[in-house]
Design a protein around this ligand. Sequence first.
Ligand code: FAD
Length: 678
Amino acid sequence: ETATSETDVDILIIGAGPAGLMAAASLAHLASIPSRSPLSVRIIDKRYTKIFSGQADGLQCRSLEIFDSLGFADRAWKEANHMIEICMWNPDASGTIQRSDRIPDTIVGLSKFQQIVLHQGRIERFFLDNIQKYSRGAIKVERGVLPMSLEIGEERVKVKVRRLTEEEAAPPQVRTGSKNDATDGLFRSNLVGDDYEDQNIARESSGEEEVIKARFVIGCDGARSWTRRALGPEFELQGEATDFIWGVMDIIPITDFPDIRMRCAIHSANDGSLMVIPRENRLVRLYIQLKEVTPDASGRADRSKITPELIFSAAQKILKPYKIDYEYCDWWTAYQIGQRISPSFSHSSNKVFLAGDAVHTHSPKAGQGMNVSMQDSFNLGWKVGLVAKGICHARILDTYQSERRRVAQDLIEFDHKFSRLFSGRPAKDVMDAEGVSMAEFKDAFLKGNLFASGLSVNYGPSALVVKSGDPGELGDRSERSRELEGIHKITGETFLAKQSLAKGLPVGMRVNSFKVLNQACARPWHFQERLKADGRFRVVLFAGNILDRKQKERVEVFCAKLGSPDGFLRRATPEGAKIDSVIEVLTIHSAKRTETELLRDFPDILHPFDPHTGWDYNKVFVDDESYHEGFGDAYGNYGVDKERGCLVAVRPDQYVGWIGELEDFEQLQKYFEGILVL
Ligand code: FAD
């Protein structure tokens, strides 16, 4: 007989892959947001270790921006291989592959980061270190812990778990096949059926049991999610598996193929397609279509037929007349492409959420899975954390599903199209209707690049995103324009959020980054660097030309309201806490730096005074020339009028929530009243 203990926790995360670790990191970063008691967070994983090689490796711009807001983008940036160019190889008239195009891997000017590759194990390492640092050791991944049952009650979600022995928690893994006996990743691929079933382990193991009573549960337990199954059949993934089977090998190649250090998309005339991804440490990843392996009647391929030799000989054929060989293989696997999505990402109680591969799966080639999975839980983490802390209304939790399911749907559509174009045989000429047009492939690749950067995400209207059009701009006030006028989706308030005041800051999209200078010390900053993922909302005051008397008056009137006891800023700040602890006000002005003075020209509330530490010198910035790093032209790039400026509300995850004039204080107040418990 085993004893069952009971423990209370605010948030339980199931699964410590990229999605679960991002959830834990986001929550660890809320530590400085005031609350009556610190958030208690636990994260469990049934496996005994994190992964060490293989699996996901592509990091898109948006993921790096998020890492930067958490404080570890520099580690990934230094260690990774940087993806600069994509080369396309296609058959010529005689059927021999030749380089047909070169395009930049990341669209130029999109972000301060470009796409890089580094294997998932390293990224998990960075997360673990970051979580340790920001939670001061309070949040630790508990490994070898298997959930057994989940029950959603009025107040709490009860999850019964069992501790596994090391042996039970280490998945069976084949270590044969490649030349140097490399690790086989098949055990985590979707070709593996039920040979590592939780139920079997649960039945046989006799470990200690515990009932975790959580206010919120986040299921990040991967494509075969236990949490998803526990929520019921209505959460099952829907979609299709296709016939294409792909092998993946991470090798150090010995080859005369000229573009082996470039990202390449290679379509051979008759032997299938190959993707080359140059990696860190001389490694190269090959994604190879396996034409010889086809699914059986049940739709699954016989994985015993899949060996590294088979995968590699397919690569050799595609690359002909070039030669390729290897002595060292780091990892290999195979998978079947399928695009599937869960109808729902959260339980109707808003107490249990699913994120990452648990709710969407698709082919890995577009390098999206890990990125989109982390971005799901980055979207969710602060929302759940701030609701648990009593800072935000529980209704904001609805926006998790409304925002992220749309992104997953777009991803699945993109992957569907991209996979078919990639897996298809190249068309011989325009009359070859069954073949894939290489012009169409290139076009999809170019368009896909924007999507694949993660920067095209545009969240729809909600309590957190007030979208509207200026009535003046819209002209006739038809049905459609009224819709655009911005009805607050939850409070029902009518808003006049004014996109035209900052055309380069689309509401619903992440704040792009341009350089501004600190007014007090002239140091250039990428503005995004000031938007840390610490759970705080931000009001960005584009103060315009502060040296103009009239404009200065407008700024002063706004600041007087901002500082008043019944304004949202003071009401959002708990008794005794610093004025910037829940909402931080950042200013960017457009006058000359050398003609302005922080203390003389800017109301105190924009650089608050603390009797112990003096004025805050890190809140007022100027859009001016720097000595060493040029001119960011933030006003020009954000599309803000240099004289009049505007107001922008930014969510804790860097997405723009609202835009208005300096006179629109009441609108801004309503925005925050809809979100924060004031
Ligand atoms: P997972 O990484 O699957 O993590 C789930 C975690 O939950 C695991 O640690 C698991 O042990 C744990 N778990 C599972 N069940 C339970 C349970 N019952 N109880 C407790 N814990 C449990 N993505 C990219 O972005 N770029 C790429 O280049 C890329 N390449 C890929 C290549 C391959 C070969 C494969 C297989 C995938 C690739 N992906 C890529 C996809 C990427 O690996 C996944 O999308 C990503 O890992 C999903 O993260 P996740 O946290 O949602 O799930």
